[in-house]
Design a protein around this ligand. Structure first.
Ligand code: NAP
Length: 489
């Protein structure tokens, strides 16, 4: 335990503005809790309006030099940042597990995925191509892409490291500077990253971090004319509010919001493979993922064998403190996450759903002081139940029976969300029809994976707009400038 304390002790607990570690102007701090034990792990400076304004000024001051830095030097700094993450991956992973709860192997996977994002955008920085367009004789019609200025970035607690690298890498690769507001639930992962980046040579003020009072900091970032783009990952409710607040300053906005992913099993699917992929995808971060399968549609002819396979696998999911070897699922982030699940399950049971496994909070022994919930399978779920429409964000698999392709497409699309979707079948015609018919930003066909550094990640409808990852991820961070160059004079 002393080792853990030393690890946390080494993380700076202050705001990072203009390359300096600062206390909050108010002197206030926020307490960080370990969700597996309920214990306090740290007090971190709690920034507010004044701190956010200082961070915006720091970003503005750093912008001209960063935007005009030789591209080779910018690329070298991004590479050094990626190397720094990789060489500290084990400690970053443990810090994340202590404040967020996910098993340490998953935390390390997230840290390394973040490093891949930084690497990808280090490479992509040299490929921010423009265009030349045919024009009148003596004219060159040029299209150039230039940085926007200072970017405001707000990130959630469920991926405390990779959501940050996903946003700041394309932003700084294209010459922008950033004011980052991570979640106060998981500030230590963000602070540890900033410390590493500064030591890796990121110039002062290029990325500034202000954690603390979310509405106050959010207001500064949205209402400032200096901030030319706001990128947000989090709930749909907060995303709508931030979009509204941003309207007055006519800035670019990109929103990665909630999801309610369908996972469809057709009658010709490889049931063993589908069940194994479903459990692996669902219990990644214990279901606290925007792309997590939330509604499991199973063809009526394979409903019984598939549900049995699923229940068998879910019973094997080992729940515990993420620092313990062999744990598959950690705690949930907070008490209210448990309350939401209990409310959804009570409603479903009352309306006829059956709990096939789980269905209860875990409170005995090592679970006593944390936010643990048993991995759960519900069968007999219908459209009348809250869980059919509400994002769960926890370890619950609601199983819904269907009769044919048109019916399941209609049910899968019967949601305001449109982030990730998945289906399993061996029929090529059906693959074409269903992948076109799903109103989602991402579709996994016989695969439970939809996130890669090189592929566009994002949603439609109330899941937001804009894309992260891939070369598409660059486009939101640049301004298109047209230059009509008359060289005939
Ligand atoms: P959240 O409550 O919306 O919070 C996200 C971030 O916004 C946090 O840093 C939060 O700070 C901040 N925030 C809250 N109110 C704010 C305000 N008025 N102004 C400015 N910032 C504000 O979401 P969450 O519970 O942390 O995350 C879970 C949600 O994120 C789920 O719906 C999930 O689907 C979604 N998500 C989406 C993606 C994606 O890529 N589409 C990825 C991951 C998660 P506080 O914590 O202090 O409130």
């Amino acid at each position: 335990m002393a080792e853990m304390e030393q690890l946390i002790e080494r993380v700076p607990k202050k705001l990072f503005i203009g390359g300096a570690w600062l206390d909050a102007a108010s002197g206030k701090t926020d307490t960080v809790i370990n969700p597996a034990t309920g214990e306090k792990i740290a007090e971190v400076a709690s920034g507010s309006t004044e701190d956010a304004k200082r961070a915006v000024v720091a970003g503005q001051q750093a912008f001209p030099a960063w935007a005009s830095l030789d591209i080779d030097k910018r690329v070298a700094i991004l590479r050094a940042m990626a190397d720094a993450i990789i060489s500290h991956a084990d400690e970053l992973a443990r810090i994340m597990t202590i404040e967020q709860g996910k098993p340490v192997a998953q935390a390390k996977g997230e840290v390394l995925a973040g490093a891949e994002s930084v690497r990808w955008y280090a490479e992509e920085a040299r490929r921010v191509y423009g265009e030349t367009i045919p024009g009148p004789n003596g004219h060159l019609l040029l299209v150039q892409k230039e940085p926007l200025g200072v970017i405001g970035a707000i990130t959630p607690w469920n991926f405390p490291s990779s959501m940050i690298t996903r946003k700041i890498s394309p932003a700084i690769a294209t010459g922008n500077t950033v004011v980052l507001k991570p979640s106060p639930e998981t500030p230590l992962s963000a602070l540890a990253l900033m410390d590493l980046f500064a030591k890796a040579g990121l110039p002062d003020g290029v990325v500034n971090l202000v954690t603390g009072d979310a509405p106050a900091i959010g207001k500064v970032l949205t209402e400032s004319n200096v901030i030319r783009k706001l990128t947000f990952t989090g709930s749909t409710a907060v995303g709508k509010l931030l979009a509204e607040q941003s309207a007055q300053t006519v800035k670019k906005v990109s929103l990665e919001l909630g999801g309610h992913a369908p996972f469809i099993i057709f009658e010709d699917a490889d049931l063993d493979r589908a069940a194994a992929d479903l459990v692996a995808t669902k219990f990644r971060n214990n279901g606290q993922v925007c792309t997590s399968p939330n509604r499991i549609f199973v063809h009526e002819s394979v409903l019984q064998p598939f549900t049995e396979k699923l229940v068998t696998l879910v019973k094997q999911v080992k729940v515990g403190n993420g620092l313990t070897e062999d744990v598959d699922a950690g705690p949930l982030i907070r008490e209210d996450a448990i309350v939401k699940i209990q409310r959804q399950i009570a409603d479903a049971e009352e309306k006829g759903a059956v709990i096939r496994t789980g269905g209860k909070r875990l409170t005995e022994g090592a679970y006593a002081n944390g936010y643990f919930y048993a991995p759960t399978v519900l069968s007999g779920v219908t459209r009348e139940m809250k869980i059919f429409y509400e994002e769960t964000f926890g370890p619950v698999l609601p199983v819904i029976s269907f009769h044919d392709t048109d019916e399941v497409l209609a049910m899968a699309n019967d949601t305001l969300y449109g982030l990730a979707s998945y289906f399993y079948t061996a029929d090529l015609k059906r693959i074409a029809k269903v992948s076109q018919g799903l109103q989602y930003g991402m579709v996994g066909v016989n695969s439970g994976v939809v996130a890669y550094p090189q592929a566009p990640f994002g949603g439609t409808k109330h899941s937001g707009f804009g894309r992260e990852n891939g070369h598409q991820g660059i486009e939101d961070y640049v301004n298109i400038k047209f230059v009509n160059l008359n060289y005939s004079l």
